[in-house]
Ligand binder design. Structure first.
Ligand SMILES: [Zn+2]
Length: 214
């Protein structure tokens, strides 16, 4: 049985993915850790966003959502690039033969619009049993060490790449420690570069136990 309450769903958003706005009949459960700024909760999700969200629980449902969008952007980069190259007006004025153009319109342009709308889908403000959740600024980007990032996921990618850290380990540590302790999580990762998966698993377990005993 699920422990995580389903968020309130506006009438016009029933059967809609909270992440991307596509039709959905699945749901994504976000179990709260001690530093998570909201209770455990469940949001409706489409199949693809559900899989992406499970990889990026991070420090809140809002961080998770930004990371899903980052993945959608990456996965659909080719489709999205069509919009950079052509506007519908340019397409209409272009000298493509009708056959080429209509094929392009029906397929590529439609793929572009679907991908664009999924990345841009705003979702809706989260509330549980009618009580709006305060996002504590989690949707407004993330700053660390004088650098401003679009999201905590962007910060993970930046430090993961520049310091050759295990991004998955960093993300999991942040889930346990909270984004306020980003520097601590980075230091722990630096101390565990190149160690075995088993040691990383033990590190996460030790930290979870330590936090539970506080
Ligand atoms: Zn989705």
């Amino acid at each position: 049985m699920s422990m995580a309450t389903l968020v309130d769903i506006p009438f016009d958003k029933r059967h809609t993915c909270w992440f991307c706005g596509e039709p959905s009949n699945l749901s994504f459960e976000y179990p709260a850790q001690p530093p998570t700024p909201h209770p455990s909760l469940t949001v409706p999700a489409c199949k693809e966003c559900l899989q992406l969200a499970r990889k990026h629980r991070l420090t809140s449902i809002w961080d998770c959502r930004m990371a899903v969008k980052d993945d959608l952007l990456r996965l659909y980069a080719k489709h999205l690039a069509i919009g950079i190259n052509w506007t519908p007006e340019e397409l209409a004025e272009s000298e493509f033969s009708c056959k080429i153009l209509s094929g392009f319109r029906e397929n590529a342009w439609m793929m572009y619009e679907i991908a664009r709308d999924r990345v841009n889908a705003p979702g809706w403000p989260l509330s549980l049993d009618g009580v709006l959740l305060d996002d504590h600024g989690y949707t407004a980007g993330f700053s660390f060490d004088g650098l401003d990032f679009r999201s905590v996921n962007a910060a993970i990618n930046h430090y993961g790449n520049s310091l050759s850290l295990d991004k998955d380990l960093l993300a999991k540590l942040l889930g346990l420690l909270g984004r306020e302790r980003f520097g601590h999580a980075v230091r722990l990762c630096r101390m565990h570069i190149g160690v075995s998966q088993e040691m990383k698993r033990r590190l996460l377990q030790d930290i979870a136990e330590e936090l539970a005993s506080d």
